[in-house]
Design a protein around this ligand. Structure first.
Ligand SMILES: *[C@@H]1O[C@H](CO)[C@@H](O)[C@H](O)[C@H]1NC(C)=O
Ligand SMILES: *[C@@H]1O[C@H](CO)[C@@H](O)[C@H](O)[C@H]1NC(C)=O
Ligand SMILES: *[C@@H]1O[C@H](CO)[C@@H](O)[C@H](O)[C@H]1NC(C)=O
Ligand SMILES: *[C@@H]1O[C@H](CO)[C@@H](O)[C@H](O)[C@H]1NC(C)=O
Ligand SMILES: *[C@@H]1O[C@H](CO)[C@@H](O)[C@H](O)[C@H]1NC(C)=O
Length: 635
């Protein structure tokens, strides 16, 4: 670094000269300021097709196909999803204990049976090298915090500066000193727990983890059990700070996004590069549908492409579950085809593009068919995904049914929408207040349902003596925490998210078997908030009728291309086909200029290639159930 000063001075001058050369500082060899996420990242992730059972051969095979076929279309990150350190043997599974490979410093390392090149302490170095040689970048999934096995084993914390055990205040610190045993991950409570980042040893541990990943050649980390209902802002910031100190630029993706809102992202989006804004998206229309509302709220809050750790931060709608897949929570690789119809896949791809979501393909690439390939590499969709601005839902649309609803799906929609909807949100949400303690030991909240008032009550159950191993001692704790349960056999109100709780399931009542875990501990505040002790989020309740029109009918989104072209996407969320129309004068308000002047503008439906005139004063089309159309207006 003797010559370090001059490239930096040069760099500042370059930056002053033109913001467009952002990133040219990297030539100076300092990766810390590299702007890697100016565009939403693309890649492949192993979860949808392998759950956690991926091995080295299958991963490298998928990576090679990605390099050959998808890299030319910007798909760059090859990501190994969760539990790469877990032995795939009888008895191991998503929340088993004791099957993980953990080194003498308490850090997980790849299961050598599944990843043979990692043997002898080499970690993912060899795989990362292979992936880099293909021209790709390498990513891994991580659970937030520290392994329970490490805490149980009291492994010392590594100080990367000395290469020895971390010493502070004259003593060596161990995993037991930094693991927060009463903050285990709600959906993997045997596997991982939070780390105390208030102490030097906690931060040293994070440094020892991420330094090792950087040494292996990791370019991307997806940190789970840290956002959404597992919201842990302090740890998000601590991980982000740790990454900033590394020489190697590593981009940060966080999850899950169950119950995420723009308010929840407010304090953290600048510390990460992408963050999930829904629960897991599987290949089911009911999972796809909620993304429309969530995406609109993040677009309205200007969160698409906001400032980030390494460029801009991208609200992430989750992977694309097309092609050959597995099921959630199984010990099994790809064995079935996507359940989505082609129309539904197209709709998902168009929405993800209009929202500028990261695009992570989830299907097994060894079985990638032409139809799926053409969909995920559609040139106009990919151009929209990277090079548009003003991406937003367009409210001024007119639509009516042009067919009878598909009876079967119509019925199941109704069944699913009946009753009371419980949810979680940031406590500032107006639906979060209004809880009160009623006389007969119940906690209630009133809400409106078709011009009348209804109330929803949960019984206050006696709190167990211990929660997550912490004894509820004094009067204050007694008053503060309430384990709320129904008086029936429904179990306890549960604020956890899990990778198996999908985006559609996130608004169904949240009851599960009563456990001694803070995910089931609630506090009723004086402001009428029912607060989860696990995430600090507040319970909400409303009638499902309230949200019904939100999830049916038609939607439109607009965006502006980098040559000034206007994109308009129509989506039909209904179970019947619909005629959807937007008026050109309304579009002109968004475009900020005239579009209908004679011969000057052309309007083409991108997916069929058919063009139409704007002179009629509107753009209208019949769109099939769950289908979409995309118009490009060029002037
Ligand atoms: C694992 O379980 C399967 C089915 O339960 C059984 O057939 C197999 O022998 C077991 N393998 C071992 C190594 O125990
Ligand atoms: C931790 O180790 C103890 C024995 O030292 C064992 O009883 C306990 O079950 C272990 N923790 C978990 C989560 O299994
Ligand atoms: C964000 O930070 C502000 C200021 O520290 C705080 O008042 C607010 O509660 C935080 N929001 C969330 C969702 O944590
Ligand atoms: C896909 O379809 C199969 C067969 O109908 C069903 O068992 C499975 O649950 C479906 N998966 C999803 C994610 O909807
Ligand atoms: C519902 O309750 C609120 C608050 O108690 C009250 O102001 C309102 O008039 C009630 N509405 C109906 C329809 O009873």
């Amino acid at each position: 670094m003797a010559m370090g000063a001059s490239p930096r001075v040069l760099c500042v001058i370059v930056l002053l000269a033109s913001l467009l050369t952002w990133g040219s500082c990297d030539a100076a060899g300092d990766g810390r300021r590299q702007q890697l996420t100016m565009l939403p990242p693309r890649g492949w992730n192993s979860y949808d097709s392998f759950s956690w059972t991926i091995d080295e051969a299958a991963f490298l095979h998928n990576a090679q196909i990605m390099a050959d076929k998808l890299l030319p279309h910007g798909y760059q990150y090859a990501v190994i999803d969760f539990l790469w350190y877990r032995k795939n043997v009888n008895g191991s599974g998503k929340d088993s204990y004791g099957f993980d490979s953990v080194d003498q410093w308490g850090r997980p390392f790849p299961d050598p049976e599944r990843f043979p090149s990692s043997a002898g302490g080499k970690g993912f170095k060899h795989i990362a090298d292979r992936v880099h040689a293909m021209g790709l970048k390498f990513g891994i999934h991580l659970m937030n915090g520290i392994s329970t096995q490490a805490v149980n084993a009291s492994t010392p914390v590594l100080d990367v500066h000395t290469g020895k055990a971390y010493v502070e205040d004259g003593r060596q610190w161990t995993a037991r000193d930094i693991g927060i045993t009463h903050r285990t991950c709600a959906w993997m409570s045997n596997g991982f727990m939070s780390v105390n980042t208030d102490v030097g040893a906690g931060r040293a541990f994070l440094r020892s983890l991420y330094q090792q990943y950087a040494d292996w050649g990791v370019d991307f980390v997806k940190v789970d059990c840290i956002f959404g209902t597992d919201y842990s802002p302090k740890e998000i910031v601590a991980v982000s700070e740790t990454l900033k100190e590394l020489e190697r630029p590593v981009i940060l993706s966080i999850s899950p996004g169950t119950e995420a809102t723009p308010a929840l992202a407010e304090n953290i989006s600048q510390h990460v590069d992408m963050y999930r804004i829904t629960g897991d998206d599987w290949d089911n229309w009911k999972d796809v549908r909620p993304h429309f509302d969530v995406a609109r709220s993040f677009a309205d809050a200007n969160k698409i492409g906001a400032t980030a750790l390494r460029g801009r931060s991208w609200p992430d709608l989750d992977m694309l579950p097309f092609g050959r897949l597995t099921d959630a929570g199984v010990n099994q690789g790809p064995h079935r085809s996507t359940n989505l119809t082609f129309d539904e896949q197209l709709t998902q791809m168009v929405l993800w593009s209009m929202v500028k979501s990261p695009l992570m393909y989830g299907g097994d690439l060894r079985h990638l068919d032409d139809e799926t390939f053409n969909l995920i590499t559609h040139p106009t969709l990919l151009k929209i995904n990277h090079h548009t601005k003003n991406n937003m839902e367009f409210g001024d649309i007119h639509s009516e049914r042009t067919s009878e609803p598909n009876e079967q799906s119509g019925r199941s929609d109704l069944a699913n929408n009946g009753g009371t909807v419980l949810g979680l949100s940031t406590c500032s949400d107006k639906r979060a207040s209004g809880w009160y303690s009623s006389s007969n030991d119940q906690i209630c909240r009133s809400y409106g349902i078709q011009n009348r008032n209804a109330s929803f009550c949960i019984s206050k159950a006696k709190l167990r003596q211990t929660v997550d191993g912490v004894t509820m001692r004094n009067e204050e704790d007694q008053a503060k925490f309430h384990l709320a349960g129904m008086d029936t056999d429904d179990g306890c109100l549960d604020a956890s998210a899990s990778p198996w709780r999908t985006s559609s399931a996130s608004r169904t009542p949240m009851f599960s078997t009563c456990e001694r875990h803070s995910k089931q501990v609630w506090e009723l505040t004086e402001n009428g908030h029912l607060v989860s002790s696990y995430s600090g989020l507040c319970a909400t309740v409303h009638s499902s009728k309230e949200g019904e029109s939100e999830t049916t009918g038609a939607r439109a989104w607009t965006a502006t291309g980098d040559k000034g072209e206007i994109y308009v996407a129509f989506f039909n969320l209904d179970t019947a086909s619909r005629k959807i129309a937007v008026r050109v004068p309304d579009l002109e308000k968004v475009a900020g200029r005239k579009l209908a002047r004679k011969h000057l503008c052309t309007c083409t439906e991108v997916l069929s290639g058919k063009s139409r005139s704007l002179m009629k004063g509107d753009i209208s089309a019949v769109v099939s159930s769950h289908g979409s159309m995309l118009f490009e207006i060029q002037c």
